[in-house]
Design a protein around this ligand. Structure first.
Ligand SMILES: *Cc1c(COP(=O)(O)O)cnc(C)c1O
Length: 395
């Protein structure tokens, strides 16, 4: 069982780390001082670029910063194309649609994820199938994937079909939990054999690399998020990345109301979406991208401080999985059991430190209760034990 004393020691450590030095000792003890899990940091050209955008009057989804942001994503991810969207959920939805997912289909993903992964599948009318994760990466397990496919799926000329439901399995969406890279090369390899397109949910993994390659460069398509809680933010925003020019053009067209370009005619050739990122947000995104490396470096330093401190308390910091060059987005501890987890959450939050459990598994939620799933041994193990701790950069 976890010692209350080690929780208290960790609480003082986090307070020392995060409460600014200019606050007097007396104030530090006030109940009002709450240390968040992950704060956005604006310390670069954010205001300058925002003012430029306002002065230009190009505040909506056409503008110089949108183009610039897309070009910068292309270089960072080392990919052919990037399309800036309103948020990560919309990006996932469009990825799935362009991968060919239809309302009669099924999509493989993990149950241990943020709700947006599953919802984006449902938006298309498709059904998620939840597979287990690996304990070390907390991302989709290639072993679980292969086992499910071998036991339940029939490979035909035009793709894979679920033997139980007769439905086509038209995509697989692994997610890089907290910026840890899942075993993406193995997943791509398996899915290729089974003719299933892979879409990376890279919402949490901007700045993470796997065997030297950026997250968001492995799948047919990938989705990023720039929401306020992510490693960098533009208020709300997302991006799709792909090496396929044809798909990239479709992504841009479909998210720009499917308007056929013309000087004055309004002609739309399908039901499109108004999903493009506004230039105001892109201005913020460009300024934030410039600071990504500094933010990562600071977070690495914080992780290392946690590492040396936690070694002496008996609380286990979650290790970086092999092959991940991590962005250090959200750090976490692994408690011994659910009882310890609940006590840890209770005590830390009571003492002004924001900590949060990992997500409730998708099939425990009413909308996804009836979804097909495998054993979930690792997902359930992690669900009972993982807690995120404050991880903001100090810049
Ligand atoms: C944040 C997040 C999303 C959704 O991104 P939004 O920009 O908030 O819509 C999707 N998937 C995962 C895993 C996320 O963490």
């Amino acid at each position: 069982m976890i010692k209350e004393n080690s929780i208290n020691e960790l609480v003082s450590f986090i307070k020392k780390l995060y409460i600014p030095k200019y606050i007097s000792d007396r104030e530090k003890d006030t109940e009002g001082y709450f240390i968040p899990l992950h704060e956005p940091k604006f310390f670069g050209n954010e205001k300058k670029y925002l003012l430029e955008t306002i002065d230009s009057t190009f505040v909506s989804s056409v503008g110089a910063f949108v183009d610039r942001f897309e070009n910068e994503m292309v270089s960072l991810i080392n990919i052919k194309r990037a399309i800036a969207l309103v948020n990560g959920t919309a990006a996932l939805q469009i990825c799935l649609r362009l991968a060919g997912v239809k309302s009669s289909d099924e999509v493989l993903t993990q149950a241990l994820t943020f709700i947006a992964t599953a919802n984006s599948i449902d938006y298309l009318g498709a059904k998620p199938i939840f597979l287990d994760v690996d304990r070390d990466t907390m991302g989709l397990s290639p072993n679980a994937l292969e086992e499910f496919l071998n036991d339940n799926v029939e490979l035909r000329d035009d793709g894979s079909y679920n033997k139980k439901t007769g439905k086509k399995i038209s995509a697989c969406v692994p997610m890089h939990t907290f910026g840890f890279m899942c075993r993406i090369d193995e997943i791509i390899h398996i899915c290729k054999k089974w003719k299933i397109p892979v879409i990376e949910d890279s919402a949490e993994a901007l700045g993470s690399f796997y065997k030297g390659k950026s997250s968001g460069s492995f799948g047919l398509l990938s989705a990023f998020s720039f929401n306020g809680n992510k490693i960098i933010t533009c208020g709300g925003g997302g991006a799709i990345t792909t090496n396929n020019d044809e798909i990239a053009n479709q992504a841009k067209h479909l998210t720009t109301t499917a308007k056929v370009p013309h000087q004055w005619e309004f002609f739309h050739d399908k039901v499109g979406y108004n999903y493009r990122m506004p230039n105001l947000n892109a201005a913020l995104a460009c300024a934030q991208l410039e600071k990504l490396d500094i933010i990562k470096k600071s977070k690495k330093n914080i992780y290392e401080q946690y590492q040396s401190f936690l070694k002496i308390t008996g609380i286990q910091l979650v290790d970086i999985p092999k092959n991940t060059d991590w962005n250090y987005w959200l750090m976490s501890v692994l408690l011994e059991n659910k009882k310890d987890r609940d006590m840890f959450l209770e005590e830390t939050n009571k003492q002004g430190i924001m900590t949060r459990p990992i997500w409730t598994l998708m099939y425990r939620l009413p909308m996804y209760e009836r979804a097909q799933r495998d054993s979930q041994k690792n997902a359930e193990y992690l669900e009972e034990r993982i807690v995120n701790i404050p991880s903001s950069a100090l810049v």
